[in-house]
Design a protein around this ligand. Structure first.
Ligand SMILES: NC(=O)c1ccc[n+]([C@@H]2O[C@H](COP(=O)([O-])OP(=O)(O)OC[C@H]3O[C@@H](n4cnc5c(N)ncnc54)[C@H](OP(=O)(O)O)[C@@H]3O)[C@@H](O)[C@H]2O)c1
Length: 394
């Protein structure tokens, strides 16, 4: 048994807290080197008191000041701030494993810092991989980092594939990946009803308890679109080999079809502690505190095709992947801006895909030759998406 030392980027979030819950159950197997968050200093201070990391980071400098006050009686905990602080802890040699669980594009640089040091990187922050695709995977290959998927679907696919052929599905005899989707809280809403749904309704996911941004992404099906792109990069495949199956029970987390007709699936209660524990302990298994699956209580599984007319985000994501270059970074940036505007009450839910589609249409696709180009396109797309939101409200 290897004792692992973990840094958690996004420690105060839904994934961060689930990760700490698994760690809490196994003090003999896991220790914490650093905890990082953005603004929630009070929450991070409590976690620091319990887990006693060597370093704590607040991306927001003012919040770092507040954290320092809150932990004034803990001189052994070093406090850092800003993106530089995040990258410093992500790359620190003391930790062998980094949970990348910052939400959105803000996670790309710190996640890359961990990748660059060849660590075990537990990837929850799908936006980082969506934005930078090939560059990200090249960085993984170059450093020898061990990239393990934490998204429940990708972790399921990973578990259904031979470990030595994760990047070579054809050689493994894999013919198709069946990516499951809950369908979100508005699966049965008419297009008309989608115009009036509120942020609170969008964040009330029927099966999963998650942060606000991914909850809205699940409701628009952009989460599935981001996951489609993520799967293409992780498993070295294309959207044509991946079929999204809406499975409202969220018990089958995804499936892999083989040439002989076998379909392997990974099942479990909808609880992120399962894929997190899988990543933390891989290739071993540890208990995750998850309720055992009661198939008698569930009774039936259902499957539907996604409706790309009411939920165009999945189509937009597949098109962005096919367009290649900087298109997925533009898709991601426009989505982040549109979701933030919706959560802020400045955009109606049904206009989220409108903003993304318009931003994609007016932002040129460049070859994604460097991370600088990706960051520049991300900034350009954000500006354009904000302009489009302004035009809609005129
Ligand atoms: N939740 C799930 O079940 C789930 C499942 C699969 C994948 N994921 C992915 O995991 C990631 C995290 O999701 P989540 O649901 O855990 O989100 P969340 O609950 O909103 O938590 C986000 C975390 O990121 C931190 N953060 C936000 N902006 C930051 C910045 N600029 N710099 C540094 N830290 C920042 C937050 O800190 P503060 O608390 O201080 O704001 C918080 O700790 C996302 O990429 C999501 O797509 C989530």
């Amino acid at each position: 048994m290897v004792k692992r030392c973990i840094t958690i980027l996004g420690a105060t979030g839904s994934i961060g807290l689930s990760t700490l819950d698994v760690i809490r159950r196994h003090p003999d197997r896991f220790s914490v080197h650093a905890l990082a968050a953005n603004t929630r200093a009070d929450e991070l201070a409590l976690l620091c008191r319990e887990f006693q990391p060597r370093v704590a980071v607040m991306a927001d400098p003012e919040s770092a000041g507040r954290l320092a006050e809150l932990l004034a009686d803990c001189p052994d905990i070093r406090i850092l701030s800003g993106e530089q602080g995040l990258c410093t802890v992500a790359a620190a040699p003391e930790a062998d494993t980094v949970m990348a669980a910052i939400v959105g594009a803000a996670g790309l640089r710190p996640t890359l810092a961990a990748v660059g040091q060849g660590k075990r990187v537990l990837l929850a922050n799908k936006e980082a991989l969506v934005m930078s695709g090939r560059l990200f995977m090249d960085a993984v290959a170059e450093s020898g980092a061990e990239l393990l998927p934490i998204d429940s679907e990708h972790n399921a696919i990973f578990q259904c594939m031979p470990a030595d052929k994760i990047r070579n599905p054809v050689a493994a005899g894999i013919t198709r990946i069946l990516l499951t989707a809950s369908g979100g809280p508005f699966r049965e809403h008419t297009a008309e009803c989608l115009r009036t749904v509120t942020p609170a309704e969008a964040c009330a996911h029927p099966n999963w308890s998650m942060g606000q941004k991914i909850s809205v992404d699940s409701a628009t099906l952009m989460n599935k679109g981001l996951e489609l792109i993520e799967a293409c990069w992780l498993f070295n495949t294309t959207p044509a080999s991946i079929e999204v199956h809406v499975h409202p029970e969220s018990i089958i987390h995804s499936m892999v079809e083989y040439a002989d007709g076998s379909v392997l699936a990974q099942l479990g209660s909808p609880d992120m502690r399962t894929p997190i524990a899988n990543g933390l302990a891989w290739p071993e298994r540890v208990s995750a505190g998850v309720a055992p699956l009661d198939l008698f209580a569930i009774g039936r599984f259902h499957f539907e095709r996604p409706d790309l007319i009411r939920f165009p985000c999945l189509r937009l994501a597949a098109e962005a992947f096919d367009a290649g270059g900087t298109a997925p970074a533009v898709l991601n940036a426009a989505n982040e801006v549109a979701v933030a505007a919706f959560l802020n009450g400045d955009l109606c839910f049904a206009d989220i895909p409108v903003i993304i589609e318009r931003t994609l249409a007016i932002t040129s696709v460049e070859p994604a030759d460097s991370f600088e180009i990706i960051f520049a396109k991300d900034a350009e797309a954000r500006e354009r998406a904000r302009e489009q939101i302004g035009l809609l409200s005129v």
